[in-house]
Design a protein. Structure first.
Lengths: 660, 198
């Protein structure tokens, strides 16, 4: 029963009127802030107070926070760890949108803060600190909630609590992934990175702070923190589902992706980025084939009476094919060569990406009903006009597979070889389709180029030389200096370990030929690569000339597209700018609405970027065809899957020129 | 001034000859730690006090929840032989009845330290008339807050109002919130783990 109080109860409170208040007014000077506050807000200005020397807080005192907004990346780890939920990430979209940063900064409610400093200990960037200021007074409770900046109350303040090695909560060192040793690996095409064991994968996964800064840097916006958490919880099945929502080529990407995610990783600000790529590979390597049945909720079939032809079975083509199939379309992929995969199959060497890994990804795409017609070149075995007639939409993902030549004297020699001429042969050798004698590799070779492809050539040539001659001699020359090579740093380190010699920062001038034989390559020192306007226009120092010896020259200065298969009637309607076909963001060609393009020929070479183009185009093709197509009854789960494909279709990243 | 290494040797000899020490640790020339059985604590502290370690610098506890034990740490100091000594002992972790005999007869200043330990860990100190009185936490109404099973987040939620974050801290620059979009996407990806089923 509710107790009924006497109506006189409130009068009891009157007794407090004459009691000494418990609240202790602060009249003594402790800090500068305190002094300023009292000087401004007191009616009586005491001289003693005005002249006072404020007392400084003790060393290492945990006072009010400061946060340098320039350094802070808005990862929100402080808000996550806060035991009293005093920290909230407030959105500030006026901050620049950059890779590796979120447009939010911590706001702290000092009514809840217990000054435990866990937020400082876990800060990924060291931007969040604690000052020596510990007194703050205000009659407005809302004034105790504010966003720390690098000053406190507009003034520079002294650093209080500082974290040290012991209190730092982040694990900044990457769990090592065993590599084959240089001496052993350079004589064979065995895969270099062995892959994480379960124990190591979980240890590496435990380093992730789940901030998700990486997600927007990834062209397909993979659910990175979520699948890393699934690894930690040993839920491979769940991780596989999360991976496949955004990426149908995870086994490939787990090995050779450009990993923009790792570049923008919050842990990389002070330490080594989480090995996101290798963790993804771990999921695929540890998922048995029968687990794949669970990824797609129900078997997909062509429930929509519309057909799409895909030209080229590289990352873009397979990306588009996968998502179109999941949405219920009949999809045929045309591939010129005998194996599907494009540059994955014929460009990247097997020591980085073995066939078994490609097979695993592509087999699943085939398994859901994508029809891949190999040994069929569009333009030779079937015409584009035929495709236009037979299909409702056509997606082109034919990539940059043609070698780009170099216009210098002697470059027409038959031992001057393009990268994309050489690398497919190396892969065929590795598959056993070509013998060592079928591939021409000299005892001393020179590679021109500083990108990943140049390293693929140099390191493949090393292996072939080791097999053929028992020793290797490969020189690599590039316009860029060693510290600004376009290739990934791993390539440079591993190439050096395998004995590749570097002549970086030089421009090739002439292939020196005598009596029909190549003697070497003449180089001039490269002074600068780009002109003031940012255009490619290298300048050389003639005085600084050297000739590096070699009997064979490989050119890996970029690849070019091959548009021979497109008939003139269509070519007239499309515009090609620096090798790329102009189209809308999702790849639709303006004057040929049934034609979609993606991958290298839309945005330039990038494997995962190609997958993202495929996904966007799949959504756009669906929008283009769905209205007018005849449909069978679509089940609820297929409806959900169609929605998921559309919803997870990625926006452009900042790097791809997306909205700033 | 005596050589500090001599102090450590002196202490080692002094304590280990008379007590069955579980573990002696020489942290550095100015710090030593003795882990002893709880029955030996009072006699050891008495010995140390009569040997010059007159000052009780600190008393605290550690909650070893998995081992179901509390560890009490007494830190004493000697102004003539400058070595901090930690006397450590373990007692049963019994939430309602964990108790340890007071050391007020040896170090009267322990009166306040014991009150603090009681307040933060719930350990009783029979013999100390005031151990149950509050010292630091005003009107505390929950379990002792330094116990490992105390949930500070739940406590904050039930005791402190959550403020609505005022608009002035949020600047969307007339754009749609990206944070909400991210949160929605993350939630969805969690559902993917079990195939979209709840």
């Amino acid at each position: 029963m509710k107790k009924v109080n006497s109506i006189f109860t409130p009068w009891r409170l009157l007794k407090y009127l004459f009691k000494k208040p418990i609240t202790i007014p602060f009249t003594k000077i402790f800090t500068q802030k305190n002094a300023n506050y009292l000087n401004q807000n007191s009616i009586i200005k005491l001289n003693s107070r005005l002249d006072s020397e404020p007392r400084e807080g003790a060393d290492n005192i945990r006072g009010f926070h400061t946060n340098d907004w320039e350094e802070c990346i808005g990862c929100g780890t402080c808000a996550d760890i806060c035991p009293t939920e005093a920290i909230f990430m407030a959105e500030r979209l006026e901050l620049p949108n950059e890779d590796g940063k979120l447009q939010q900064r911590p706001t702290i409610d000092y009514g809840r803060c217990c000054f435990c400093a866990l937020c400082v200990d876990t800060c990924t960037t060291d931007s969040l600190k604690m000052s020596k200021e510990y007194i703050y007074s205000n009659s407005d409770p809302d004034a105790f909630l504010f966003m720390p900046t690098d000053t406190f109350e507009g003034q520079k303040v002294k650093e209080g609590y500082v974290k040290d090695e012991v209190s730092d909560l982040l694990d900044l060192k990457r769990v090592e992934n065993p590599h084959e040793l240089p001496e052993e690996r350079k004589s064979s095409f065995v895969e270099i990175v062995r892959g994480y064991s379960k124990e190591f994968a979980r240890l590496e996964a435990a380093r992730c702070v789940e901030c998700g800064v990486c997600t927007s840097a990834c062209p397909v916006h993979m659910h990175i923190p979520q699948y890393i958490k699934a690894i930690w919880e040993d839920d491979i099945d769940g991780a596989l589902r999360q991976v496949y929502e955004t990426n149908p080529l995870p086994g490939v990407c787990g090995r050779v992706c450009t990993h923009n995610c790792e570049t923008s990783c919050a842990i990389a600000v002070r330490g080594e980025a989480i090995a996101i790529r290798w963790l993804k590979r771990y999921i695929i390597d540890s998922a048995p084939d029968d687990m794949y049945e669970n990824i797609i909720l129900e078997p997909v079939s062509d429930v929509i009476d519309a057909k799409v032809a895909i030209v080229g079975s590289g990352p873009a083509g397979l990306g588009a094919a996968y998502y179109l199939r999941v949405m219920g379309y009949k999809v045929d992929v045309y591939e010129e060569l005998s194996l599907a995969g494009g540059v994955m199959r014929y460009g990247i060497p097997a020591y980085r990406l073995p066939d078994t890994a490609i097979d695993k990804d592509i087999n699943f795409i085939k398994h859901i009903g994508v029809n891949i017609k190999t040994n069929t070149r569009v333009g030779r075995d079937i015409t584009m006009d035929q495709l236009e007639q037979d299909y409702d939409a056509v997606f082109l993902g034919t990539g940059f597979m043609k070698p780009r030549g170099l216009n210098i004297p002697g470059a027409d020699h038959n031992r001057v070889v393009g990268a994309m001429e050489f690398l497919p042969k190396v892969r065929e050798f590795e598959r056993g389709n070509l013998s060592l004698e079928d591939i021409d590799v000299a005892e001393n070779v020179v590679v021109i180029g500083g990108g990943d492809v140049a390293f693929d050539v140099a390191r493949s040539a090393t292996r072939l030389q080791m097999l053929k001659y028992g020793k290797s001699s490969v020189k690599l020359t590039s316009l860029e200096n060693e510290d600004s090579l376009p290739a990934t740093f791993d390539e440079y380190v591993e190439g050096a370990e395998e004995g590749v010699e570097f002549f970086c920062g030089n421009g090739p001038q002439e292939v020196v030929v005598e009596n029909g034989k190549i003697l070497g390559l003449k180089l001039w020192k490269c002074l600068c690569i780009f002109d003031e306007k940012g255009g490619f226009n290298p300048e050389f120092d003639k005085e600084c000339e050297q000739i590096i010896e070699g009997e064979q020259i490989f050119i890996a200065i970029g690849q070019a597209p091959d548009y021979d298969y497109i008939p003139e009637s269509i070519k007239d309607k499309i515009s090609i700018n620096r090798g790329k076909i102009e189209a809308s963001i999702d790849g639709q060609v303006k004057d040929v609405p049934w034609l979609f393009v993606g991958g290298d020929i839309l945005r330039g070479p990038d494997l995962i970027g190609g997958v993202s183009d495929g996904h966007r185009s799949a959504k756009a093709i669906d929008a283009y065809l769905y209205e007018n197509a005849k449909k069978q009854d679509i089940s609820d789960s297929l409806k959900a899957m169609r929605e998921a494909v559309k919803e997870s279709s990625p926006e452009l990243t900042i790097r791809q020129g997306g909205k700033k | 001034m005596m050589n500090s290494m001599n102090n450590v040797e002196f202490l080692n000899e002094l304590v280990n000859s008379k007590f069955n020490v579980v573990k002696t640790e020489i942290i550095n020339a100015e710090q030593m730690s003795f882990i002893v059985d709880s029955r030996d604590v009072h006699t050891l502290l008495t010995l140390l006090k009569t040997s010059g370690w007159k000052q009780l610098s600190y008393l605290s506890a550690i909650d070893w929840i998995k081992e179901d034990e509390f560890e009490l740490v007494y830190i004493v100091f000697n102004w003539d032989r400058p070595v901090h000594i930690q006397v450590r002992t373990r007692i049963k972790r019994d939430r309602e009845n964990a108790s340890f005999e007071t050391i007020i007869p040896i170090y009267p200043g322990a009166k306040y330290y014991e009150r603090e330990v009681h307040e933060f860990f719930g350990i009783k100190f029979p013999g100390n008339p005031d151990f149950h009185k509050q010292l630091i936490l005003e009107n505390w109404d929950d379990m002792p807050p330094l116990l490992k099973d105390f949930d500070p987040r739940a406590y904050s939620d039930s005791h402190f109002e959550k403020r609505d974050y005022p608009e002035k801290h949020i600047n969307l620059n007339n754009q749609e919130s990206k944070q909400e979009k991210r949160q929605k996407r993350n939630l969805k990806s969690l559902l993917l783990r079990n195939g979209g089923k709840k």
